[in-house]
Design a protein. Structure first.
Length: 401
């Protein structure tokens, strides 16, 4: 059975620090804003929604306790709507959409929502802990390193120069600034207001259109001390002894920004479309997730993309637009090289290097971004993918209706 995308919305992304525009907003209120917007925009009976699946990477404290269900109630939706929270690290938002779509495709739900949220200013990255980094037995077994080391390792393996990584990052800022100036995000970004109705944020606030390769060249590599002083380089080289050393080439300017944000995607089958007067915008052709080598960690998107394309009976040449989460510049440059994707077909409106990566929400957000771009340019197919911590990748193929 077809799973259609009827609509999607996201909040702006705000700096994930105490001075960010969304720091005063609780994670539950932030997560509820896209749900409230979906109901207001589409005028459906919320009681008809049979599942809300929400990605969240640090589900602890005020972001814990099944934030999906709390967001449903905070949005004023009918109490009959259930919610479930999922964590596939950076792929959580797309995984939430995949789970919701799977329920629709299997006939177990007519109308569902896949969503995601991360309030990184209030619940810092890594707050939920975990055995991978904290259990010495698991760390040793998997040769655990911090993700920034993995980024430098990947760039070293593929011989990527600092200049090329910085050039990609500068282009992300230019593209994001152009997208905003041309109104490409206007349809799908909803302002966040506080409890008394005052607007807190209307636009992504980390874009720096003045960024150049020259300005980025002035930044020092961020992970040199971590790799050399704390031994992570040695651990990585145990796994990849063919390298003489790790070249430290990533910094804050060519890595994804820490931000707050939330997004949601409304899904359903043909019966739901007819019953609720909803117009399908795209169908989900396929989705996939894979596991990859955990020390390198960031090379999973290509394998996930190939699996998703295979399930859809497609080849890379059949894809009009690609959207890959910009965790680090190397992730995209590697994917482009391995999959044979030209720069003018991927992340055409910028990405997480410019606008930030609200961990649990990014997958749902970028899925909506590429759908809007398909419609704007009258193209048909897109593939969305994300790298995932601990060595995984996730991907989804959509086709306009």
């Amino acid at each position: 059975m077809d799973a259609f995308i009827f609509d999607h919305v996201r909040t702006p992304r705000a700096r994930g620090k105490a001075d960010g525009s969304l720091h005063e907003v609780t994670p539950v209120w932030l997560a509820s804003r896209p749900l409230a917007a979906l109901a207001e925009r589409n005028q459906f009976d919320t009681a008809a929604v049979e599942e809300v699946v929400m990605g969240c990477v640090s589900p602890v404290g005020e972001q814990g306790g099944n934030i999906a269900r709390m967001a449903v109630l905070a949005a004023g939706w009918d109490q009959a709507v259930p919610g479930i929270s999922v964590d596939r690290a950076c792929g959580s938002g797309l995984e939430a959409v995949a789970i919701a779509a799977g329920k629709v495709m299997s006939g177990q739900a007519d109308l569902a929502v896949g969503a995601g949220v991360e309030s990184m200013s209030r619940v810092p990255m890594g707050s939920s802990g975990g055995a991978w980094a904290q259990d010495p037995a698991m760390s040793a077994r998997t040769r655990f390193v911090m993700q920034g080391i993995s980024a430098d390792l990947l760039a070293s393996l593929y011989g990527q120069a600092r200049h090329d990584l910085d050039a990609y990052a500068a282009a992300s800022h230019r593209r994001a600034a152009r997208a905003w100036s041309e109104g490409r995000f206007a349809r799908s970004v909803v302002p966040v207001k506080d409890f008394v109705g005052l607007t807190l944020i209307e636009r992504d606030e980390t874009i720096r259109p003045e960024t150049t390769v020259e300005s980025l060249a002035a930044l020092k590599p961020a992970f040199t001390e971590m790799g050399q002083k704390y031994g992570y380089d040695s651990v990585a080289l145990q796994r990849y002894p063919q390298l003489p050393r790790i070249e430290h080439v990533h910094h804050a300017g060519n890595s994804s920004g820490i931000v707050d944000g939330a997004g949601a995607v409304l899904l359903g089958n043909p019966a739901a479309a007819a019953k609720h007067g909803l117009k399908p915008r795209a169908r989900i052709r396929s989705f996939a997730a894979i596991g990859s080598e955990p020390t390198l960690m960031l090379d999973g998107p290509a394998a996930a993309a190939r699996r998703a394309l295979g399930r859809a009976g497609m080849k890379p040449a059949d894809v009009d637009l690609w959207e890959l989460n910009e965790a680090f510049s190397t992730v995209v440059l590697t994917f482009m090289s391995v999959m044979g994707v030209a720069h003018d077909r991927i992340n055409v409106n910028g990405g997480a290097i410019a606008m930030g990566h609200p961990l649990g929400a990014s997958g749902a957000m970028i899925l909506g971004t590429v759908l809007d771009e398909l419609e704007r340019t009258n193209q048909a197919t897109a593939l969305v993918s994300l790298c995932v911590a601990a060595g995984m990748g996730t991907a989804m193929v959509i086709e306009r209706v």
